[in-house]
Design a protein around this ligand. Structure first.
Ligand SMILES: Nc1nc2c(c(=O)[nH]1)N[C@H]1C(S)=C(S)[C@@H](COP(=O)(O)O)O[C@H]1N2
Ligand SMILES: [Mo]
Length: 555
């Protein structure tokens, strides 16, 4: 469906497209045991005490006909839009996951410590294995846009749709509480727990409980399931999503710790997705099994009737959702640049007002430093860099020029004299991994004081000795405002030692309120310019130009 030139084929459609999922056995056994014990308890109760009695439903309001009932228009449309947005979120989320197909509960992401791995590959220890090497292929039938390393466009879908998801959710919950409808979903009596258990005993032992007419009320288990999806999984997905933001985590490390850390938040984010999927499967199965035509008329037409119109219109709704995936696929490959710009229109102003205002503040200690740090990017192959590397970069001169009053060329020793700072921060790669390290070097604001940018200089460009994924020198830009923030460093030290070649020697940028790709390694030159639009393809950096990454990735 998509044709790639050789360079893009090598990245997006590689020879190795094996799909393997490995889960840590203790987690598999643990969750299996929990499910098994619920089923076993139900059977024990059934065998020894018989089926529990379930009072006529709805139990909580015996006079159900005067209580809230039916499916008003806003319920039906919220239901549709929620399905629409959640499916695109899941599909794009899977594409994002497959760019770093490992899930951890620890923030250092050391290979081998993951609890889930969606790749057959064990990280080789005898050669450089970057996070980019580790990305996996995902079929576009499942992912949006799918293929391998399409995270830039996948994020566009994820972040545009999350607006729809949140708006739908806020609208639905507001309507729920401004009408009587909330009483249908929010359990109000502790009795619901016993009744839910009794209902479970029925299902688990293959005895369908008497079916309440969903138009008037739900059984207790159903009510709890709906409540959990709306009031637990939905908010949890949003809150753990926010816990993956470098701007938030490096300003408020405690926020990620609420979820057990940044990677644990990422794992929970994934688990809420699984919960949504599990709910979807059970929900649809029961909708079909317990009076398909009537149930469809409820949620599609809002009537309590037996005709087939609801089924047909419902299938049309599902067709619209499936078509949206095809359309998203087509747009992703035909108009990726427009998508990238669309996301910018939706998020950029809001980000400048919110996330981008957070100033990183060091809150980690030496003991938090990660034992492992995933490398990324292509080592420079330029002869001049190699020659300088051989003698410890003694001949290296950093050029700082462009729209400045006082352009300079500085050796590493001269840079050291200008000032020094050290911060222990968490690095967030767009692909999903993180790592905590101590970075030492010259605060960018000291350098800026020295070179004195002219008033028209708004953007700072960092050029690398290294090449980018599709060739051409790697570069990226920052707003002057962001490089003036605390903790923005021109780093020459990592964890108390001279920066190693692999991690960006002689110099790399640290800008802690953004994602890793903004932090250029192997820096050759810094230029002050009017706008990022004047450089490269005008998107703000090599990844922004070629891979449709965001100009300002605070999340
Ligand atoms: N020159 C250059 N700098 C680069 C990259 C690159 O490919 N080339 N990759 C970026 C990305 S995507 C990340 S996550 C970080 C990785 O830094 P690390 O190798 O120290 O972990 O470097 C960034 N800087
Ligand atoms: Mo990255």
């Amino acid at each position: 469906m998509v044709t790639f030139d050789p360079a893009h084929k090598a990245v997006h459609d590689p020879g190795d497209r094996r799909f393997r999922v490995w889960i840590r056995p203790s987690i598999l056994v643990g969750s299996g045991a929990v499910i098994f014990s619920f089923v076993a308890a139900a059977w024990i109760q059934f065998v020894f005490f018989g089926l529990p009695r379930i009072p006529p439903v709805p139990q909580v309001y015996p006079n159900n006909f005067v209580g809230p009932h039916g499916f008003p228009l806003w319920v039906r449309w919220s239901h549709f839009f929620n399905f629409f947005f959640v499916m695109l979120l899941i599909r794009s989320g899977l594409s994002i996951l497959f760019d770093h197909p490992r899930l951890y509960f620890n923030d250092d992401c050391t290979p081998g410590t993951e609890w889930l791995r969606a790749t057959p590959i064990k990280v080789p220890r005898d050669r450089i294995w970057t996070a980019k090497d580790d990305a996996r292929y995902l079929t576009p039938v499942v992912g949006t846009p799918g293929y391998r390393h399409t995270i830039g466009v996948a994020r566009v879908w994820h972040f545009i749709n999350v607006h729809g998801f949140i708006i739908t959710g806020v609208f639905f919950i507001s309507m729920l509480f401004s009408t009587e409808q909330w009483k249908r979903i929010v359990p109000t009596s502790p009795l619901v727990v016993t009744q839910a258990w009794n209902t479970w005993v029925h299902y688990a032992t293959f005895h369908m409980p008497a079916e309440p007419n969903g138009f008037y009320g739900y059984n207790a288990l159903q009510q709890i399931a709906y409540f959990a999806v709306i009031f637990v999984f939905g908010p949890l997905a949003i809150l753990t999503g926010i816990a993956m933001s470098p701007a938030v985590v490096n300003r408020f490390p405690w926020y990620a710790k609420l979820f057990g850390g940044r990677q644990s938040a990422r794992s929970i984010h994934f688990l809420t997705m699984l919960s949504f999927l599990a709910f979807l499967v059970v929900h649809v199965t029961l909708v079909v099994m317990t009076g398909f035509a009537r149930n469809m008329n409820h949620i599609v037409l809002g009537t309590d009737t037996q005709g087939h119109l609801g089924i047909w219109l419902g299938f049309c709704g599902i067709a619209v959702v499936v078509l949206s995936w095809v359309a998203a696929h087509w747009l992703s490959w035909r108009y990726p640049r427009r998508l990238q710009h669309a996301l910018k229109v939706v998020t950029y102003p809001m980000q400048l007002l919110t996330l981008n205002r957070l100033v990183p503040q060091q809150k980690y200690s030496e003991k938090d430093i990660s034992p492992y740090f995933w490398p990324n990017g292509k080592m420079p192959i330029r002869e001049d860099w190699k020659r300088m590397a051989e003698n410890g970069f003694r001949d290296f001169r950093l050029k700082v020029d462009g729209l400045v009053e006082h352009p300079v060329e500085l050796s590493l020793a001269e840079l050291e004299e200008l000032g020094a700072a050290e911060h222990i921060t968490m690095h967030h790669c767009i692909q999903g991994w993180s790592g905590i390290a101590k970075w030492g070097g010259l605060p960018m604001k000291s350098l800026i004081k020295l070179v004195r940018p002219r008033p028209e200089a708004h953007t700072v460009a960092f050029y690398s000795f290294g090449e980018a994924l599709y060739g051409g020198p790697y570069y990226d830009t920052q707003s002057l405002e962001n490089v003036l923030k605390d903790q923005c460093l021109l780093a020459s030290q990592m964890n108390g030692k001279r920066l190693e070649q692999l991690y960006g020697a002689p110099l790399r940028l640290r800008v802690e309120n953004q994602l890793g790709y903004k932090m250029v390694k192997w820096i050759e030159r810094i230029e002050f310019v009017e706008s990022e639009k004047l450089l490269g393809k005008g998107e703000g950096g090599k990844n922004e130009d070629d891979e449709y990454f965001d100009l300002l990735p605070n999340i």
